[in-house]
Design a protein around this ligand. Structure first.
Ligand code: MEV
Length: 409
């Protein structure tokens, strides 16, 4: 008998013993591309995609695809970007390298012995790395550095640094690591594992913006944004929420571009804790003359514009086209600028009249759908909910019921 993973998507749905409508629903949402992508595939889970219009980064305007389920995220990004455009938009001040780290983890070895071994075998290490990924080396990418790090008395790491070029390079890195590992055959017993690191120490990118205070509602409003921003530096609980708001935008673009949002977020959160305390990834402060509100975001980004899931996801390829086929460096700047745009909109709302009014307006359409509204009814119910200032499902059901009654009479 075939194992579940060996079945076709249709056979899997049969095996799951689902009702006909359930089977039909899952089948309707299948796609050929996705069938090859993961194990035990049954269907595609779709998420909405919206556009952030005219994000200005380093003097260039981008139309930015965002994939998210949260109603207010695209609106917040557009709001933040249009405020930044009242200045000169966003500017990249640190590009970061397209390098990925990898670790071979040793237990029960002395760091000095390991360092001596690496020094003696360095040519062989580079040769194995080259043989594992010759195409990378031909493009001028590949292994750049090998370094031994002592963790404690009993543990040490051989760190590899690989230039991944236009790709994120996770697979390439792991292939190289496994090839290089074979050089250490006399240490075989001590190797606990070999895997890339998502930390991205050398891939830190910085994006800044300088917004006229008038664009955020004047000096008082700008001062409140500055004050709120300091809470993200001193209260880890506030920092978590602020970074969540940053990732609302950033991860939505990471996702739209077919990149690995878990890797980006893990690196971001680790970077946010680099001082020993978890802090916001952004800082906002008034300029000395109090004319501008200056914002800055900084974090590692290991992403790519080709390879990995991008090669298998037509939507990701089209989204990169929508972005104007950016270079890796450009995409990094766009990602951080979007995160900072969302952050600005959130800080402005939270330190101003709160987020609920804007959020609930966006939520009204979702609630209308939950109440059973379809087609034109959705906006009509949402408008009524906003008008009545009662944005909840019960009210939506009442409004919908009344509407249907009216049409029947
Ligand atoms: C909501 O999804 C995100 C915010 O909570 C972010 C923040 O508080 O900075 C508004």
């Amino acid at each position: 008998m075939k194992k579940f993973y060996q079945l076709t998507a249709e056979e899997r749905l049969e095996t799951l013993d689902l009702s006909e409508p359930m089977k039909a629903f899952f089948t309707r949402h299948q796609s050929e591309e996705s069938k090859q992508l993961i194990e035990n595939y049954i269907s595609d889970y779709r998420l909405p995609e919206g556009v952030l219009r005219n994000l200005q980064v380093d003097g260039k305007l981008y139309q930015v695809p965002m994939v998210t389920e949260e109603p207010s995220v695209v609106a917040a990004a557009n709001n933040g970007a249009s405020i930044a455009n009242k200045g000169n938009g966003f500017k990249t001040t640190q590009v970061g390298e397209a390098v990925l780290g990898g670790q071979i983890l040793f237990e029960g070895v002395h760091q000095k012995d390991l360092a001596d071994f690496v020094a003696e075998h360095v040519d062989e290490i580079f040769q194995r790395a080259k043989d594992a990924k010759p195409s990378m080396v031909e493009r001028g990418d590949g292994l750049e550095a090998v370094q031994v790090e002592e963790l404690d008395q009993n543990r040490a790491v051989v760190n590899l640094t690989v230039n991944t070029g236009k790709a994120m390079g996770a697979n390439a890195m792991n292939t190289i690591l496994e090839a290089v590992k074979t050089v250490f055959s006399s240490y075989e017993k001590e190797i606990v594992g070999a895997i890339l690191s998502n930390a991205g120490h050398d891939a830190v990118v910085t994006v800044e913006t300088s917004v006229p205070v008038s664009a955020v509602g004047g000096l008082e409003a700008a001062k409140k944004i500055e004050s709120l921003s300091t809470f993200g530096q001193v209260s880890p609980d506030r920092a978590v929420t602020e970074n969540k708001g940053i990732f609302n935008g950033l991860a939505a673009v990471v996702m739209a571009s077919g990149n690995d949002y878990r890797a980006v977020e893990a690196a971001g959160h680790a970077f946010a804790s680099r001082s020993g305390q978890y802090r916001s990834l952004s800082r906002w402060s008034l300029s000395e003359d109090a004319e501008f509100l200056n914002g800055k975001i900084e974090m590692p980004l290991n992403i790519g514009v080709l390879g990995g899931a991008i090669a298998a996801l037509p939507m990701a390829q089209k989204n990169l086209e929508l972005l104007g086929n950016p270079s890796v460096e450009e995409l990094k700047s766009v990602l951080l600028a979007t995160g900072l745009a969302n952050n600005l909109a959130a800080l402005k709302a939270v330190s101003g009249r709160g987020i609920q009014s804007g959020h609930m307006k966006m939520q009204a359409r979702t609630i209308a759908v939950q109440a059973g509204a379809t087609g034109d009814e959705i906006q009509a119910v949402a408008d009524q909910l906003i008008y009545r200032k009662h944005i909840d499902q019960k009210t939506a059901e009442e409004i919908l019921g009344a509407m249907k009654n009216d049409t029947q009479n």
